[in-house]
Design a protein around this ligand. Sequence first.
Ligand code: NAD
Length: 279
Amino acid sequence: MLQGLQSTTILTNGVEMPWVGLGVFKVQDGEEVVSSVKAAVEVGYRSIDTAAVYGNEDGVGQAIAESNIPREELFITTKVWNADHGYEATLAAFDVSMKKLGLDYLDLYLIHWPLPSQGKYMETWKALERLYKDGRVRAIGVSNFKIHHLEDIIANCEIKPMVNQVEYHPRFNQRELHAFCKKHGIQLEAWSPLMQGGLFEEPVLVEIAKKYNKSVAQIIIRWDIQNEVVTIPKSVKPHRIAENANVFDFELSHEDMDKINALNTDERMFADPDDFSRV
Ligand code: NAD
């Protein structure tokens, strides 16, 4: 059984990434994000997932600075936004994020969306490779990349993406993409693992939660980990932040894993990455 919040998966380059982190999408900059990150760090979270477009990198940085956790124990992820695709624009966007975060190196930098309509994700990837080679980021990856985007990157890159962060929850478990990522040593990471709260009354999950004396949120987070998917549930409430991390003292049976796997409907909650072009 995995041992606690600091248990990690090892990326292809040997960097350790915690299985569970805190997501801060839609968390307000300032007091809200600072107190959420601090609450997480206090109960043992070491991984925080933000993005330039979330507008809260300043607050994440403030919380990190005030938390007094040695920098090397933390795993901080941010993402280059769609408006900054392209080699030079990405390098400049990275500097802006780092300044806001107050960090001198980052743990993971992701391309937020592939944005095929702009046709610049390869150029953007080259910038991430540059940052990696310069030692400014310990790992690089992508987000919302489908198999054909990954095939394109793999065929043309020097360094393969180490992580792909995608929509992933019991209704949309991305089997094919997950198998592809495993084959290429790309760690899958779940965004909106709790389907933004849309699964808490799902009868199969409610029944399994009762059986293990856990909440539905804990069952889903545990299901992520046992499926070898990194997960970053979001909450701003300290008791839920703690609850979402309390998933290392039980194990779902094969039978229950299968029951949850069977909830898949192959339906996305959010946009198809081939169509998403907001900048
Ligand atoms: P989520 O699936 O983590 O759901 C969060 C919501 O679930 C909370 O707002 C709260 O209402 C509820 N919740 C959380 N814990 C709970 C608990 N224990 N009990 C009851 N309710 C609970 O949603 P999300 O924020 O969309 O996704 C998580 C993270 O993934 C984001 O914060 C962000 O970091 C990342 N993300 C990335 C992308 C991307 O394009 N890369 C897109 C969306 C989200």
